[in-house]
Design a protein around this ligand. Structure first.
Ligand SMILES: C[S@@+](CC[C@H](N)C(=O)[O-])C[C@H]1O[C@@H](n2cnc3c(N)ncnc32)[C@H](O)[C@@H]1O
Length: 232
């Protein structure tokens, strides 16, 4: 029995943009967003903080980066240690340490599938300003999947809930979001994964990496992702 899980694998390997499509997709996804200088943006479940830094560098906004995994927190803090406009904060998306109506934008990249979706979406809705924008990029079921395969996938990836596109959209509407729209994002040519290995990596981590690569091949045409943008 491996004592690490998938999120530990990502943190130990220092995967910098651990969401579908990587930074290329983030860049395309945000290209037309009117994020203004000084706006308050939350990168929720920020991982190592690559998107947080991208946001600050490209939009001169003020970024809060929320994370609850100790290794991710440490890597995100290290990345932005010289950035006065980015604050890395420890906390859970399910119970955020922020006041109501705080953010102009919330960016959520590959986080909801790992948490209690209703609690997380209710929290995102609560801390978003009126007319603020919530954007999510999440795994989605894209083809017929039998229950035992789905459970195997969920167990390996510590996924609490996996939805198809329509189900994701309904979850957002139920949380109170409006104008929920699937975003068109230019397709990418290949997945670019940037790895920053921790020193003295444990062999169990490499074992998990091997299992991950096999599962990616097996589920290639069954599980994809969806990007939705909506507002409050
Ligand atoms: C697949 S990674 C994505 C990280 C980052 N958004 C990115 O795209 O690189 C999922 C992240 O969600 C974080 N996470 C999981 N549960 C969380 C929670 N309850 N609150 C905040 N972050 C959480 C994990 O620690 C991990 O960093």
């Amino acid at each position: 029995m491996n004592s690490y899980n998938y999120l530990d694998l990502l943190s130990e390997l220092g995967i910098n943009s651990a969401h579908p499509g990587g930074m290329e997709r983030t860049s395309n996804m945000l290209a037309d967003e009117p994020i203004q200088k000084g706006m308050k943006v939350l990168d929720v479940g920020c991982g190592t903080g690559e998107t947080s830094l991208f946001l600050k560098n490209n939009y001169q906004c003020k970024v809060h980066a929320l994370e609850n995994h100790p290794v991710m927190l440490q890597k995100a803090k290290e990345r932005v240690k010289n950035e006065s406009d980015i604050e890395v904060i420890e906390g859970s998306i399910e119970n955020m340490p922020f006041s109501d109506h705080t953010y102009d934008y919330i960016i959520c990249e590959s986080v909801l599938v790992f948490v209690h979706v209703k609690k997380a979406l209710d929290e995102c809705f609560r801390v978003l300003k009126k007319n603020g924008t919530f954007i999510m990029n999440e795994m989605a079921i894209t083809n017929v999947l039998d229950e035992s395969s789905l459970n195997r996938f969920k167990e390996f990836y510590c996924v609490t809930e996996l939805n198809n596109k329509e189900q994701w959209k309904n979850k957002m509407l139920q949380a109170g979001f409006k104008r929920v729209e699937e975003m068109y994002v230019e397709s990418i040519t290949s997945e670019q994964v940037s790895i920053n290995l921790s020193p003295d990596i444990d062999p169990s981590i490499l074992e998990l990496l091997d299992q991950h690569q096999k599962l990616q091949q097996e589920f290639e045409r069954k599980i994809g992702h969806v990007i939705y943008s909506c507002c409050k």
